[in-house]
Design a protein around this ligand. Structure first.
Ligand code: PLP
Length: 429
């Protein structure tokens, strides 16, 4: 029995696999990966924005193996030097005064912890979330995920009110100017406060760029206007930086910084440990201490994952990868915009830095074309480039390589995309 069949037999059907013939990654080097048949690919998805500084980077590998040779595990019942060192770095970088950090093993659990802390601190289970969001796959995170393909149940431990978010290509946000978008969003929040809540709301959770939602982003400064209202009402702001953190947008270390706000809580995961199961929450001390009960974490911030986190953090800073994300992101965007101008099936290119989305539509319309997205994903794979897919309708290509990608590798990817989009399917109705 081959590996695909064995996978399907023992893993749940909702764990979706990419590609007609799924890939087994065998090894990696920088931005390159090789499959089990020896086929080489340029990794332009970084394992879902996770391999932030590339594959098999000596500094990260030795941090992990040195730590493994000393002690792999220590629960939160003991002092954990790598965890403390990483917490100090993240607290300092967070922009939150008096920040404290709690480590988890996934983004889902990080958001669970943030919502638990916020609801405990404010004594309310009411929260605001944005339409088209994705915050994870636990019971709590499904409740604040505004996308029914990822949200199989409406049962919720939280009382959730929905605020505007999502694509500006179609639907209620289509055609709005930035100023109209902001004004409508603020009015929506004020109205939701009066009509959908009992007055005491614990938190608003939002991604600065909606990742799984297809790299949809509001105008810069939008969250600042919402934040003024949440500040007035004493509502905590949770910035889900699972995809936007660590300089990937090329502008700022965190995505929230484009909006001139200071969140009360920041959640992080994915890129923080360059692929290790490391995630967590950074927050104001008062909120972080609000749990008021005893608790432990068996695996969160274990020495081996935290050592990877320290090495990854230092690598990002020492190599100024935010500047590389800005420069390479601009080249990528310019190339994608040029392809879009001659490809009627590309409805929109959007994103920031090394987080660029390409939304596919049926030529001549703004109707989502998930079949074309799948076709483009397969074509890019045949051209030797791995990318991702997302969006409410599954029609957005997501391009998010490791932040170490070079100018030559960006050109290599663009050349592959040019060949992929030459297919007539992207040009005729
Ligand atoms: N938050 C965001 C913005 C995400 O994109 C994801 C995962 O894609 C999560 C939370 C959940 O993270 P994890 O898959 O590590 O549980």
């Amino acid at each position: 029995m081959d590996l695909i069949e064995r996978h399907r037999r023992v893993l749940p059907s909702w764990l979706s696999l990419y590609y007609d013939e799924p890939i087994e990654l065998d090894r990696g080097e920088g931005c390159w990966v090789w499959d089990a048949h020896g086929e080489r690919y340029l990794d332009c998805f970084g394992g879902i924005l996770t391999t932030s500084v590339g594959h098999n980077v000596p500094e990260i590998v030795s941090a992990i193996s040195d730590q493994a040779a000393r002690v792999i595990h220590s629960s939160t019942l003991y002092l954990n030097r790598p965890m403390i060192e990483l917490a100090e770095r993240l607290a300092k970088a967070s922009g939150i005064p008096d920040a404290k950090v709690f480590f988890t093993t996934s983004g889902t659990e990080a958001n669970d912890a943030a919502l638990l802390l916020a609801t405990a601190a404010l004594g309310s289970n009411q929260v605001f979330a944005l339409r088209n969001s994705y915050h994870g796959r636990s019971f709590t995170e499904i409740a604040v995920t505004g996308n029914r393909t990822w949200s199989p149940t409406s049962y919720s431990p939280l009382s959730v009110s929905w605020l505007q978010g999502g694509s500006r290509l179609r639907g209620p946000l289509a055609g709005l100017s930035d100023a109209e978008y902001v004004a409508r969003g603020v009015a929506d929040l004020e109205d939701a406060l009066l009509t959908t809540t009992a007055g005491r709301v614990a938190a608003l959770i939002a991604e600065p760029i909606q990742g799984v939602g297809g790299f949809c982003l509001p105008p810069d400064g939008y969250f600042g206007e919402l934040w003024r209202v949440t500040q007035r009402e004493g509502i905590l702001w949770i910035s889900d930086e699972v995809q936007t953190g660590f300089g990937r947008t090329g502008e700022h270390f965190w995505g929230y910084e484009a909006h001139g706000i200071t969140p009360d809580l920041i959640t992080f995961a994915k890129g923080v440990g360059n692929g290790m199961s490391l995630a967590g929450v950074i927050g104001r001390a008062e909120v972080m201490d609000a749990l008021g009960t005893n608790s432990i974490s068996t695996f969160g911030g274990s020495p081996i994952t935290a050592a990877a986190g320290v090495a990854t953090f230092d690598y990002i800073i020492d190599h100024d990868l935010m500047a590389n994300a800005r420069a390479r992101g601009a080249e990528l965007r310019e190339g994608l915009d040029a392809i879009a101008r001659s490809t009627p099936a590309i409805g929109e290119v959007r994103g920031k830095g090394l987080m660029q989305g390409v939304e596919l539509v049926w030529p001549g319309t703004v109707e989502p074309a998930p079949e074309l997205a799948t076709r483009a994903l397969e074509a890019a794979r045949r051209e030797g480039v791995l990318i991702g897919k997302g969006g409410l309708h599954g029609n957005v290509l997501r391009i998010a390589p490791p932040m170490t990608i070079s100018a030559e590798q960006i050109e290599h990817a663009l050349e592959a995309f040019r060949r992929s989009f030459a297919d007539q399917a992207f040009h005729v109705k």
